[in-house]
Design a protein around this ligand. Sequence first.
Ligand code: NAD
Length: 404
Amino acid sequence: MGTKEKILCVLYDDPVTGLPKKYARNSIPKLDKYPDGQSMPSPNSIDFTPGELLGSISGELGLRKYIENSGHELIVTSDKDAKDSVFDQHLPDATIVISQPFWPAYLTAERIAKAPNLKLAITAGIGSDHVDLQSAIENNITVCEVTYCNSISVAEHAVMQILSLVRDYIPQYKWVTSGGWNIADAVSRSYDIEGMDVGVLAAGRIGLAVLKRMKPFDVKLHYSDRHRLPESVETDLNLTYHENVESLVENCDVVSIHCPLHPETEHLFNEELISKMRRGSYIVNTARGKICDKDAITKALESGQLAGYAGDVWFPQPPPNDHIWRTAPNHALTPHTSGTSLSAQARYASGVREILECWFSGKSIRDEYLIVQGGSLAGTGAHSYSAGNTTKGSDEASEFKSSN
Ligand code: NAD
């Protein structure tokens, strides 16, 4: 190490009315460890107040002081997709790229080819599919993320959306804000979840947390994953394990998706798989937009094969203004927010600082943070991904026009 690093950090824009002058709460809870015992991000110190907005450009993930005091250069921008974007301008001499999945800087093979000095791509969050992992493998770029930092944040969002869909919350809220009191309209698609079959595709950190949170609702729980959970966990949660995704979807009323996007899962929820689901099923996808075929989802919502679709992930991001999910019937989608609550931001900003401290001082990055290292999948990457590229089509993000 010892060399001057050029760190190119892509973050989402500040709020349209500027950074909050006052926050809704005075503080966020301090957590000791993650549910499986993994320790929280542990940098030597931090230069931000946990609970404040760090993920937008003015927040700079709380990194500027540390990076500049360490003798390195920090460029922060939200301009990542337009032709000749700030991101593209700085990429040729950047040594480190930091990007958040919510506003991903797509590191395609073409971009990697233009970045000969790039050695490290850090995901400030979880999910590194915005990097062409095959190309990172071939170019010996280390890819890492802040594993666990927002897994519980996402699980909470998924549970909220499962309940919102089945009970049909959003249309009911709209009756209130429009001044109505139309009970029959408001309940004509509303059901209880009690007794339903609820399944997760992938029971990793997020999927397992969703199963645990759904148990008290007295539903029948199902899962499928390429790694089977310990028998004690299956017994505790009374889980039905499915060898494959077909068996899972055929036996569920609600399916929540929690696997990473990699070549095995790209467009997995296509017309054929959705046709195997029970009529009137619900899908919640907080994993990655591209795991679902956008046209197949829309068609199933229109025909009633799906009673509802929710989640927070789209492809590309930001999605073009005419993305068909924006106007599809019976959806309850949000922008990609579940993993970037103010609580999550504090954890991933600390995790990025921890990774940089390790990198600058030549120490190894925690194994659980690694996706690619030394020319192959490593750590969590080896456990949860398969090699390959899923960034194709990301250039469509340049078609988004902010309405503000
Ligand atoms: P994790 O590594 O703990 O779990 C991933 C699980 O997926 C593993 O158990 C793995 O075995 C399983 N899996 C991989 N490929 C599979 C396949 N083909 N079929 C079945 N199972 C498969 O990761 P996590 O923390 O639970 O996060 C999962 C994903 O959620 C991330 O990769 C990311 O894409 C997404 N995520 C989204 C947000 C958000 O803000 N919406 C935030 C964090 C993570």
